[in-house]
Design a protein. Structure first.
Length: 352
């Protein structure tokens, strides 16, 4: 059954600002989530880790969460502070990764909620001298809250054990649905009667949408449905016109967050029809760029309307591109990519 989107979600993508997003010269930047502040500023929460260690597996041990600011949703964003610093040995979140932030207003009181996943590991933190990896244990979803994006942030510990890549939707009454990605590249749903019920996040349903990796989920006030933009992991919509292979993005909707309908057409961000992992973005200077990886999509929602889409970009070195015949031959996480950073893509209003 097709959704009522009417056009592909990809048709709503406007050109990306050439000077937008967030990058740092000395750090890998990954997985950015944006929320408006109280003074007109926008606050981006991102994973980062030093380029003194490889992108991968460096993220598995050295990633931590920072905040950056911009006067506009598009950016460019400037680093402001570390929000969740690298933990110590014995901490459940010695590494922290893939933040997702939401603003909640109840009874005139505003709270900002930061969901992220963390992992523990033993031994020294990887450094340029090595080792480059460590055996992670106990990866789980945690929650921190604050009265403002600038803090102070209070960490509440683990709310969903043994899950990762959490994306929350918190309603006006404070109830929360949290969409996670399990180890089988499938999305599962947890809920709590109130976001502050830290010991009572319950599994609603496993494997409600698959196969996927990164997922953006939000509640749309325009049609009162959940929407999702997710990274496909295996020919999810090859039956539609055009060749859409794994690593492309598709859009889906749901009335309850459990039963999902893939949109028709399904495309969430542009792709070449010539093959796998040739993902295309237009820029506001009239140029066009092709990426093998557009990952960790997140959506800015204001007044119930999705207005901007954010991607993590992984750029390959010229020698890596020259060594393969096709984008599909590139590894998912090369040991030394040229750079990683976040970009912003504004969204046009939905057609009525």
């Amino acid at each position: 059954m097709a959704s009522d989107e009417g056009e592909s979600f990809a048709g709503r993508l406007k050109p990306a600002p050439t000077d937008g997003g967030f990058a740092m010269d000395d750090y890998w930047i990954w997985g950015s989530s944006v929320v408006p502040g109280e003074n007109g500023e926008y606050h981006m929460f991102s994973s980062r880790w030093s380029k003194d260690v490889p992108f991968s597996p460096g993220w598995t041990t050295n990633s931590h969460i920072v905040r950056a600011t911009s006067p506009t949703p598009e950016g460019p964003y400037e680093f402001a502070e570390v929000v969740v610093p690298p933990g110590e040995e014995g901490d459940w979140d010695r590494m922290s990764h893939n933040p997702s932030v939401v603003r909640v207003e109840e009874g005139g009181e505003v709270t900002y909620l930061l969901y992220y996943y963390g992992c523990a590991y033993d031994g020294p933190r990887p450094s340029p001298e090595g080792p480059y990896s460590a055996e992670r244990t106990g990866c789980s979803v945690g929650l921190a809250s604050a009265p403002s994006p600038t803090g102070p942030w209070e960490k509440h510990g683990i709310v969903i054990p043994d899950e990762t890549n959490a994306v929350p939707v918190v309603r006006e009454d404070g109830s929360a649905k949290v969409f996670v990605r399990d180890g089988n590249f499938e999305m599962s749903v947890y809920e709590a009667d109130h976001w502050s019920a830290f010991d009572d996040y319950r599994l609603v349903e496993k494997n409600v949408l698959r196969p996927l990796e990164d997922h953006a989920v939000w509640w749309s006030g325009e049609d009162e449905r959940y929407h999702a933009v997710v990274k496909d992991m295996a020919h999810h919509h090859a039956s539609h016109d055009g060749y859409v292979d794994s690593y492309a993005g598709f859009h889906a909707t749901s009335a309850d967050g459990v039963e999902w309908t893939v949109s028709d057409p399904p495309e969430a961000y542009p792709h070449r029809t010539t093959g796998d992992r040739e993902l295309v973005l237009a820029y506001d200077d009239g140029s066009e760029r092709t990426f093998a990886n557009l990952e960790r999509a997140q959506v800015l929602v204001e007044d119930g309307v999705a207005t901007h889409l954010y991607f993590a970009i992984l750029e390959y070195r010229e020698e890596e591109l020259a060594s393969v015949e096709h984008a599909a031959d590139l590894p998912a996480h090369p040991p030394w990519p040229a750079d990683t950073y976040s970009i912003c893509v504004p969204l046009a209003e939905r057609e009525r």
